[in-house]
Design a protein around this ligand. Sequence first.
Ligand code: F6R
Length: 616
Amino acid sequence: MCGIVGFVGKKQAAPVLLDGLSKLEYRGYDSAGLAVRDGEKDPVIVKAKGRLKILSEKTADGDAVKGGCGIGHTRWATHGEPSENNAHPHCSDDMNVVGVHNGIIENYVELKEKLQRHDYKFYSETDTEVAIKLIDYYYKKYQVGPIDAIAKTMVRVRGSYAIAVMFKDYPGEIYVARKDSPMVIGIKDGQTYMASDVPAILKYTNQIYYIGNMEMARLDEGKATFFNLDGDEVEKELHTIEWDAEAAEKGGFEHFMMKEIYEQPKVVEDTINSAIKEEKNQLSVDLSAVGITEEDLKNVSDIVIAACGSAWHTGMVNQYVIEDLAKVPVRVELASEFRYRNPLLNPNTLVIVVSQSGETADTLAALREAKSRGNKTLGIVNVVGSSIAREADYVLQTLAGPEISVATTKAYSCQLVAGYVLAIALGKAKGHIDAKKENELLTEMKTLPAKIEKVLEEKERLQWFASKFANVHDVFYIGRGIDYAVCLEGSLKLKEISYIHSEAYAAGELKHGTISLIEDGTLVIGCITQNDLYEKTISNMVEVKSRGAYLCGVTSYGHYNLEDTADFSIFVPKTDEHFAASLAVIPLQIIGYFISVAKGLDVDKPRNLAKSVTVE
Ligand code: F6R
């Protein structure tokens, strides 16, 4: 987490840094800081606790800090409380090295002790100060220049980092390095930009370099030179980013979350279209961009899906879809558990990792664990050039575009349809789906965007409902099968942005203990999109209603007798039941959003969270 930005060029650096940080604030927002150098003068460091706007005020929107070379940081505290003292940039006492860092240095205590033995003093509780002072130590001890000093530090530290530093002796230059934390470098018109994520610099350039793991770079005006750990120069290719800068702005919506909810029809359509083709009025799956062949799929014995949070929830949905359509056993694992539990994998187990950011530390570790065992890996990833996108054997890219709101919506929806496409391809390769069935399923999938639009028309009604429940304490989401998986996501959406306790339960499981929590007025939201489970789930809803629950039901058009049981009913268009999660989740996202708004909370930046979880 945390966001870093750097700039070196002919313009004033501070406004560019603040602007970039504002696009990265979703990565961390408990404090921020910047360091800017004017020619050969020492850097001016300004820091502020709290949101970025305090730093902007302190620097008159950057105008008060002169100079064309600088680095900035927005923090999500890991070591030490959020405070000005712990905020980045950090520096050596003589200002020889000044730097910002995203990630975690695991052995910082041991390194701190080592540096203390060499008379270094520490003013903050951060691991970053230790890393900066270690660079300073190697720089002075070996007198070998910035790249070698950073390389020696990289060999010595354990953990993950994207780091950017300026050296007193090298005005007009920024040195960067990364391991397991994202970083991009952009160039345009004699200016060089660096950031943890593309949206921070997209306004200025769409020409991007991706710096590899365990690599370093020297940035000066309009130029980036890359180095490996031996200090040898490495060539890099410039990539053109197709997203436009506007896609990363709010576009008239009050919050990114609602903007992203409304983008779902378009991005789901783009993602579906990117993986199918039409020939002679016949739709078929086309995984040529993914790189996996029909033969590869035929050889898959079983699947493990590893992911975190909402991405894990899409795995839960797709477990049902893949097993039903392709008859291939699927296990869904939390990436944070998978990586440490010595999982049993068959030689032909395909390990699918799902991630919006492509940088989630646990998911990346799960991918590496699978690869180290010789298993084939497939990444369902949104961010091009991210670590998972680069390391997975096959990549199915979701086309959600930049997702800024911390609570995912559109990336979740794209992950769902990516899973459906894989399920169909696998079903076909395994001989369970013929061309006719494939065409039918894909034709239905192509109707999902319009059906999502239809659900969005319910917005005002859902807002009315949500505003009534802004003060509840507990909410339960219940469903069976795919509906249970949708409930997991609905519940997470609510709790993460509205700070209301909620749980998702398989509807049949509630009476094995949890039903004792139901009392007068407890809100229970039942999801019932699967026909053969309809009566069963209705019975479970009646069970909680008779214990005082206030019932909200989500079902598909036609099941109007839901109104006999539920106090508030939401109807979504009918679709093939395998794809029902794509519609049922929409009202749950909207309810979560409006409850948060009604409580006056910061929807896009909920407390304690950050968008990209690059620490374990
Ligand atoms: C919840 C949410 C998180 C992420 C999780 C994985 O709204 O966004 O639960 O789904 O942190 O992130 P990615 O998909 O980037 O690996």
